[in-house]
Design a protein around this ligand. Sequence first.
Ligand code: FAD
Length: 509
Amino acid sequence: MTVLRLILGDQLNPHHRWFDQVDGAVVYTLMEVRQETDYVLHHAQKILAIFAAMRDFARHLRAAGHRVDYLAIDDPANRQALPANLDLLRDRHGATAFEYQAPDEWRLDRQLADYARHLGPSARMVDTDHFLSARDTAAALFQGRRRWLMEHFYRHMRRVHGVLLEPDGGPVGGQWNFDHDNRKPWPGLPAEPDDSRPRHDHGVLWRAITAAGVGSFGDPMADRLPWPLNRAEALAQLDAFLAQGLRHFGDYQDAMSIRGWRLFHSLLSFALNTKMLSPAEVVARVEEEWRRGVAPLPAVEGFIRQILGWREYVRGVYWAHMPGYDDRNALGHDLPLPSWFWTGQVGMRCLAHAVGQSLRHAYAHHIQRLMVIGNFALLAGLDPAAVHRWYLGVYIDAFEWVELPNTLGMSQFADGGLMATKPYVSGAAYIDRMGDYCRGCRYDRKARVGPRACPFNALYWDFLDRHAAALSANPRLALPYRQLARMDPADRKALRDQAADTRRRLETI
Ligand SMILES: Cc1cc2nc3c(=O)[nH]c(=O)nc-3n(C[C@H](O)[C@H](O)[C@H](O)COP(=O)(O)OP(=O)(O)OC[C@H]3O[C@@H](n4cnc5c(N)ncnc54)[C@H](O)[C@@H]3O)c2cc1C
């Protein structure tokens, strides 16, 4: 009896229970398929980094004695879709059983569940041994409650996993959350850590990808790709972050600067989402830095909250609301994305930097994604499904289970407030306070109307005005709605006209 086991491109965990023993009756397969390159237009680095890491994983398995059948993108036998390739491989190896690890995306979960159903009892899905909560942990926790709150989920996770707790079960440092300490702009010092990641030349693979006709955008960096190939490189990246970034992570978590593209962020999301690293080990290593007195508690707590809290929580939101979540458009926004999303050629300095580095590095840090690009898209009224597709394509770490709730929910408020208690919107003042983007910009951050006024300002007030019916009762928006109500009607009209003009000529701002 031969068992065929499928490993998806984001399941590169060498510590999975499957690999505890070498078994000659098991054939592992990884496949580079057009089904996965083409469901959205992807950044070149994302395709390259995943395929390169899959190839390395296959090498590692073979070296450990496992049988592996790898289908490369240009293999003439490759049928370019999972079910057709699985049929091919089951025949090729005379497989009598089929096993796969639980996919993280609804799309693949459905496809493989359907495939397994038609095979009957010889097919089986196993856990990925990766996450710290189940798909339905959050849904179970919030059952019967009107509102979901990340903070409630996060405290539950701290208790269940015994993270940053006193012996009596209370939070270390006397509080659960140090977010208020974590909102400083970055003055330029301490210096942004060096980017010491190893560079890889993937020229051959890149030529195979393009020759196969796979479309993409962004800089491929094919001769010096900086994303980790495997767990050893991912661990080195974690070490570098612990040594240089973590202690400043809290202070500058929300900072933005023209002089830095990653500041003190870890760049670990690709390694985490492809499962080279486990969230449990990252959380444990970070907590240890505080226990050793190396990193301050606000930084450590802030970082752990992202992984033990947000990352697991958004997964819970995803599974509770799929399918259908991706179609939500609570505010009825429908403008297409302007072409500068694919070129970075836009006059606003903040957008030019954040979009530009996304195209160059396939990466932007959280606050660029949320408060620059996402904020603009929401205020301008861009179609949330199109915004979602752009985010899903552009970022190295974008897999739908984590990208969709963040983009459509947290950033675009298209779920009507499931993910966020209020829309993440601001005028230029917030962007100016958190960084140096406004200095040297062609637009005036203080002006609301006129040709030099920063578009964020009129768009902000117009957004509140346009959506008053849906948003004005939200207690967290009480202050700006009071300001809007007190505004002179002529000023209000001028803001509406200015915003309408901006929305008409988004291509040329
Ligand atoms: C509109 C939008 C889209 C996003 N799309 C993605 C995505 O496709 N994939 C993705 O992994 N993250 C996404 N995020 C969350 C976050 O921006 C990235 O995880 C982070 O920027 C990755 O960089 P880093 O590893 O340097 O993170 P750090 O700032 O160093 O944070 C550490 C880790 O915490 C986790 N994390 C932090 N914030 C979140 C969050 N909101 N949700 C889930 N995990 C989080 C990530 O695993 C990250 O690696 C998105 C956020 C927004 C606002």
